[in-house]
Design a protein around this ligand. Sequence first.
Ligand SMILES: N[C@@H](CCC(=O)N[C@@H](CS)C(=O)NCC(=O)O)C(=O)O
Length: 274
Amino acid sequence: MATPSRPSKAMSFYDIAMLKPSSPNPWKSRLALNFKNVDYSSTMVPLPDVARVRRDLGVDPCRKFADGSDFYTLPILIDPNTDSKIGDSFDIAEYLQSQYPDAGAGELFPPQPLDYVFKPDYPLLVPLSEPKQGEHDEYSRFNMYVDAAFTAHTGLMAYYLPFDPASEAASKAEFVRRAGVKSWDDFEMKGEMRQQQLESLRLMLSDLGKLFLKDTSGPFLLGQQASYADLIVGGWLHMMSATLPEQEWKDVRSWHGGIFGRLYDGLEQFAEVK
Ligand SMILES: N[C@@H](CCC(=O)N[C@@H](CS)C(=O)NCC(=O)O)C(=O)O
């Protein structure tokens, strides 16, 4: 049977409930779903319910905590057209591309070199998912390094997550438990430490930004053609836009000749929250 170019039944997409969507991996998938212009609806899951919802949907965890225990995460995409359940943002993008190759803006994985490496100075609190070997190796590696680069700077963002008041206390308590700190206030990064981290973020973005200078005919890595690599960075830009204090987000947008402000704006066409 020929692969349909557009699904006929709406898919279900699961993201974490916040006053404004803030989670980078679900954002990557939202951008990819809108890029493909497929029909879907979103379910926003309170953070303390993510593990239960994922288990109830029968989707195995794809990430582990540092102690080796399972870490239940979102996004999840359920496609009733093919009876598929996908529980990792990279897998979701690959699934959409293979199942709906011609839909929407077309190819999510055009061949391109993605020469970017980031090594954090210290181990991340929660290890990242391993990159997958497969058809889109270059993108998978890029995804891992970009995740590492931004995760190393989430100390600037965590305190400002716009929690849904209904699950705010439980969500904060869970973060406090995971980080092994005394209270939520310990997440507030200020003073000299904040300035150092902002400078580190600026330098990291300078390095990442070099990839965007190869083709300046548009805001994307390939100039005017958006690809999943742009969406990966875009997921993190959305987290920063939802969490950083206003002036810091303005600074990020304008650093390095405005590369990341232009990218964020260029991706607006795929950023509708449905
Ligand atoms: N490799 C996974 C990682 C997903 C992930 O880490 N999701 C985070 C949000 S960005 C999450 O669900 N966190 C739940 C929690 O912190 O309890 C993917 O790309 O989908």
